[in-house]
Design a protein around this ligand. Sequence first.
Ligand SMILES: NC(=O)c1ccc[n+]([C@@H]2O[C@H](COP(=O)([O-])OP(=O)(O)OC[C@H]3O[C@@H](n4cnc5c(N)ncnc54)[C@H](O)[C@@H]3O)[C@@H](O)[C@H]2O)c1
Length: 326
Amino acid sequence: MIDLSGRVAVVTGSGRGIGRAEATRLAAYGAKVVVNDLGVATDGSATDESPADEVVSEITAAGGEAVSDRSDISTADGGAALVQRATDEWGRLDIVVNNAGFGRPRMAFNMTEAEWDDVIRVHLKGTFSVTSPACRWWREEAKAGRGGYGRIVNTATGLLMAGGAGQSNYVAAKAGVMAFTNAVATEMAPYGVTANTIMPSAYTRLAAIGWRSRQHREAAAGPIDAGDPVHVAEMVCYCASPEAGYLSGQTFQVRGGIVEHIRAWEVDRLAERGDRGWAAPDLAGEIPRMFGAGAKPAELPPKEWQQEYQATGTASTSSTPRTDTF
Ligand SMILES: NC(=O)c1ccc[n+]([C@@H]2O[C@H](COP(=O)([O-])OP(=O)(O)OC[C@H]3O[C@@H](n4cnc5c(N)ncnc54)[C@H](O)[C@@H]3O)[C@@H](O)[C@H]2O)c1
């Protein structure tokens, strides 16, 4: 039984896609939700859309409680304003879901400084910008004797496990999100606040610029629609619930009906020579042995992508299929 009644959640970028599913499912389990969305395009450029308002209408029509917010979470001021919106509206904050983002794919050798900075800013700084004032609020509550509950769910990408050609800015930001989440999990443990990372998978407009649609059609042909963001949202609701209080500093990938626990940054193999250390010529013999007789080179992207990269030197945000996953 998951019961989030009385809990207050903020979900960034929840006007569309995965965030929308997260906001509506959190509300369905009883949480009051601040639906944040700046309404930008998939490359972060401004539009005149207000998708957050539509989600608020959807939640309230279903009997839930929600308010919309247009803060730009990629700024510290925007993150603080979002947290303030929750506490002003409902006097508390229990759940933070950092989900907002966009992509600006291009090969590193062609990437501009703005493409690098904007993607790092929205994903990595955006996660910090909301998490930091939320943690400050939880810490103050704890000092006042009212604390003991907080849930942070951050968003990374399974592309971290697939190399990420054409997405170096994006995977760098998302690896940072995972590392940040684990540090915050340790920092906030004394306050009863957990922090976990989700690697989502859903057929959204953002996925459409990077995913192979064939794969999605095949997935969608199964008994459940693996591209439906609701599967990701259900895992987020679990992580946000009192039931998941023991779970912190963990990463899960959700792909349709599959939930995978991901372990990263662990010692895998070691070579030890305690008496005098290793010299480079010794390592040239030892390191290949680590990988055994079946050692093979790192997996490269499919050949047609490599050819395209070589021909164009770019990974534009057109509809050209490019990467397996964000
Ligand atoms: N779709 C996937 O399969 C997939 C896979 C891995 C990771 N992700 C991650 O999941 C998250 C959601 O992606 P999605 O596929 O739902 O994308 P989406 O484009 O459908 O939704 C993202 C939303 O974030 C909003 N947004 C962007 N910048 C913002 C800002 N500065 N402030 C407030 N709102 C902002 C956009 O307006 C948009 O509505 C992203 O972090 C993405 O990197 C998605």
